[in-house]
Design a protein around this ligand. Structure first.
Ligand code: SF4
Length: 340
């Protein structure tokens, strides 16, 4: 039995609809009063330590975020939830009290995500004005002594724009301004994983040889990026199955706003549902979690990586993948097909 649980609940939703969203788009719905306490109470008998998060999409996407943070801490059991280097850029540009709140908590840096320049980022975030909000959020953070960190999701459509974005960060003098705050400015690009909404981006997935040279030093884990054709060649006879699992002592579980329970492996689609907190007995849900006994994981154990590649891999493709992301992409294709 694992002793420690991170419990993340989609209590409020998210203002964005990003094309790279690995969780998948879900309706925004504020859960009823008391849902947080009730959910924690279901897990308390099974874990010595629980860190509770009232969000799994956008942090602080509720007007009373100060009280919410106190409540998240109070609901946690023998643990304090982490802040991470994440915040809501939607709130940063709308609420003058928010950046001081982050500063009070000692948040040293905040990650901001781009998909290119103005028109492209607006389209990928799903909101007109998102790009300008990201630039304003950058200034607000700096004015409050918090370093912005820029992340770019790259594909064939936006690769040159991301190179321009790097130049824009230099024009805005972000490296020097972050250094003046005692840290470095981080700019990095990556593909993101190919699940959730990002699966739709497969046709325009970046080719390794199309990555602009100036972005290579900023590419996350560039050495472990493989063309799809090479992964197909190397693994086409691999007899091992692709079975994601929660490693170590810590378990992370997600709860959707209709009380469905998920692991944090991949998107929150029906085939990955562990069960429902309102309708399934808790002992049975915990058994499924601990024994990793769900329909998706049973199906995953029954097919080899080689077979997944033979069915779904493209041996002529130059698309660039991290190997683990690629395996998850193949597995999700198989599960979707099996569930049709
Ligand atoms: S990637 Fe994050 S911010 Fe974007 S839609 Fe998904 S949960 Fe919301």
């Amino acid at each position: 039995m694992k002793k420690s649980l991170s419990l993340c609940v989609d209590l409020y939703g998210c203002p964005n609809r990003c094309c790279h969203c690995w969780l998948g788009h879900m309706p925004n719905r504020t859960m009823e009063a008391g849902a947080d306490e009730w959910i924690v109470a279901q897990f308390k008998p099974y874990f010595e330590k629980i860190d509770f998060y009232s969000w799994l999409r956008e942090p602080d996407f509720c007007p009373d975020y100060r009280a919410r943070w106190e409540r998240d801490k109070a609901l946690s059991v023998n643990a304090v939830p982490e802040r991470f280097e994440l915040a809501s850029f939607w709130r940063l540009v709308r609420d003058p009290d928010y950046a001081p709140f982050l500063k009070e908590l000692g948040v040293p840096a905040v990650q901001l995500s781009f998909s290119g320049l103005e028109e492209t980022t607006d389209r990928y975030v799903g909101r007109k004005g998102a790009f300008r909000e990201l630039l304003r959020a950058t200034e607000i953070l700096l004015n409050h002594g918090i370093r912005p960190r820029w992340q770019g999701f790259i594909n064939e459509e936006n690769r040159e724009e991301l190179a321009e974005l790097l130049r824009l960060s230099e024009t805005l003098d972000l490296p020097r301004r972050c250094e003046a705050l005692g840290g470095e400015f981080r700019f990095f690009v990556h593909t993101g994983s190919c699940d959730g909404e990002a699966r739709r981006l497969y046709p325009i997935w970046i080719r390794k040889d199309h990555i602009p040279p100036e972005l290579i030093p900023h590419f996350l884990d560039y050495e472990n990026l493989w063309p799809e054709r090479e992964l197909c060649r190397l693994r086409r006879d691999d007899p091992r199955p692709v079975v994601p699992h929660n490693g170590g002592e810590d378990l992370v579980l997600y709860v959707s706003n209709d009380y469905d329970l998920f692991f944090n492996f991949t998107h929150m689609r029906p085939e990955w549902r562990i069960g429902n907190l309102k309708t399934d007995p808790m002992d049975e849900l915990i058994r499924r979690v601990m024994e990793e006994d769900t329909p998706a994981l049973r199906a995953a154990r029954a097919i080899s990586l080689g077979e997944l590649i033979r069915r779904y891999g493209d041996p002529a493709s130059e698309r660039a993948f991290d190997e683990e992301d690629y395996k998850q992409y193949l597995l999700n294709r198989y599960l979707e097909e099996s569930n049709r």
